[in-house]
Write a protein that binds this ligand. Structure first.
Ligand code: SIN
Length: 277
């Protein structure tokens, strides 16, 4: 299907493309929706410039791609549980997403995608890096692929979200609910493209099921270093009102916090995914 209603400019051969010709605050026609979906499936993360959207328009755009996900522990603006605030400023002690990760992979059915709209960005800095997990998988030797295929790893959240948000309630499933954790395949097959990709990340993934702790640490350590290979990456320079939409199933991201004490502020809507297979 050729692109007829949008223009798509790749940022790198492996991952990332900038999309123009669409206003995300308006309802998407079927053709434009299909083209945006195709661009996301092809490039794993897509970027839009100069988008003015309120929370309702942001959520409406997200719902075009599936049900919206509610974060297990992060606070949300009153009456908008599907909105996640992303903010770094002079009072911040840390910011969200500073290590390589896919969003909320501790859920049994982790998010399919995330749509981040930044309203205010620093003069310089605050870029987000993205890594293709197709490229990371493809670059492994056949022997390593065969070893990893069929293995599963635990993705846990208490060490990530407990520290950041505390245990003060406001959790998705109630105050008494444990922080979610889930066992996922290390290599997953993308449900739309049918391509294999790596699905471990240093934020949430804690250990490989069936291996001794030292073996698991060594394999995960190797995979985390492998994922850092620059040839698998693209880097996005934000402007006010830019939007990034990434596919959590096949891409990881890392937010750079090099702009302290300046402010970087916006909102994320996250689209529900299915159980990795
Ligand atoms: C996130 O992990 O959702 C934050 C990404 C960013 O702030 O660039």
């Amino acid at each position: 299907m050729p692109y007829e209603t949008i223009e798509v400019a790749p940022l790198s051969p492996r991952i990332g493309a900038e999309i123009s010709g669409v206003n995300l605050s308006e309802p998407l026609g079927n053709q434009t929706f299909a083209e945006i979906h195709k661009a996301l499936m092809t490039h794993q993360v897509i970027f839009f410039r100069d988008q003015v959207m309120d929370w309702e328009q942001h959520k409406t755009f997200g719902r075009r791609f599936g049900e919206l996900h509610v974060h297990p522990t992060a606070p949300s603006p009153e009456g908008h549980p599907e909105i996640l605030t992303i903010r770094g400023d002079a009072k911040s002690k840390r910011v969200a997403g500073q290590t390589w990760h896919t969003d909320v992979s501790c859920d049994e059915e982790p998010p399919m995608g995330s749509i981040l709209h930044l309203h205010e960005v620093p003069e310089t800095g605050g870029d987000t890096m993205f890594a293709s997990m197709y490229a990371a998988y493809d670059a492994l030797s056949d022997t390593m692929k065969a070893f990893l295929d069929g293995l599963k790893a635990w993705h846990e959240s208490e060490h990530v979200h407990g520290k950041r948000y505390g245990h003060k309630g406001g959790m998705r499933d109630g105050e008494e609910m444990l922080f979610p954790k889930a066992l996922h395949p290390i290599v997953r097959t993308h449900p739309d493209t049918g391509r294999k990709c790596l699905y471990v990340n240093c934020n949430f993934t804690t250990r490989i099921e069936g291996l001794a702790r030292a073996e698991s640490d060594a394999v995960l350590g190797f995979l985390y270093r492998h994922i850092e290979t620059p040839e698998f990456h693209c880097r996005f320079r934000w402007r006010n009102n830019s939007v990034a939409f990434w596919d959590n199933r096949c891409a990881q991201h890392r937010a750079l916090w090099d702009y302290y004490p300046q402010t970087r502020h916006g909102y994320r809507v996250t689209v529900q995914g299915d159980r990795p297979a």
